[in-house]
Design a protein. Structure first.
Length: 94
């Protein structure tokens, strides 16, 4: 896949692809920027929740539900992750 998002490294994009391939049982060639999770890749709402949890664990971030609701394609997901990963982590509560 061409680098769709300059905020993510090639390694991070590959990690995202690997999670999507494993969770959805699809081929890497299906992961185009405009591939829709539900319509094109056969995901259901449970699969999307599982993907979100795996991504949060893999990258050590929290993706709010309202942000994931606006993600419908692979490109949307990479953009959301890039934005999340480029933000400084919140300071721990004291």
């Amino acid at each position: 896949m061409k680098c769709m998002n300059t905020l993510l490294t090639e390694k991070q994009i590959t990690e995202v692809q690997d999670i999507l391939i494993e969770e959805l049982g699809i081929k890497r060639e299906q992961l185009t920027a405009d591939a829709k999770f539900i319509e094109d890749l056969g995901a259901d709402s449970l699969a999307i929740v599982e993907i979100t949890i795996r991504l949060e664990d893999e990258f050590g971030i929290i993706i709010p539900d309202q942000e994931m609701e606006s993600v419908s394609s692979v490109g949307d997901l990479l953009e959301t992750l890039g934005t999340r990963l480029s933000r400084p982590a919140p300071a721990p509560a004291q």
